[in-house]
Design a protein around this ligand. Structure first.
Ligand SMILES: [Cu+2]
Length: 113
């Protein structure tokens, strides 16, 4: 059973990927890897302090992966977080073994892996 801290870390990483404002075509210039890492970003309006986040590519939201229905998506997850993590592809129809629920459908990716 994952600790509360581990679960929150995984959830934060998922949040960074699930909601995105930038569109990146997987066929053209999408990254071959997806790095989960900490960063400091300006979420609040100017004049407020930056917020420490765990996100993909150091962004919140992380990069969008935009593909046509039925197109195959493949990414290498690099965990630069201090906790184990995984990618949960919320709302995407995939094999259950790739659904990213650590300890249930697959093992978490350890820090540095
Ligand atoms: Cu989900």
């Amino acid at each position: 059973m994952p600790t509360r801290r581990a679960f929150l870390g995984q959830s934060a990483a998922v949040l960074g990927l699930a909601v995105s404002g930038r569109q990146v075509s997987a066929a053209s210039h999408a990254p071959a890897s997806l790095t989960a890492r900490g960063a400091s970003v300006q979420l609040a309006p100017d004049g407020y302090p930056a917020t420490s986040i765990w996100g993909y590519e150091g962004r919140a939201p992380g990069p969008a992966i935009r593909v046509r229905q039925g197109e195959r998506v493949r990414r290498r997850l690099i965990n630069a977080l201090p906790e184990p993590t995984s990618v949960h592809w919320h709302g995407v129809r995939i094999d259950n073994a790739m659904d990213g629920v650590s300890g249930l459908t697959q093992e978490a990716v350890a820090p540095g892996q």
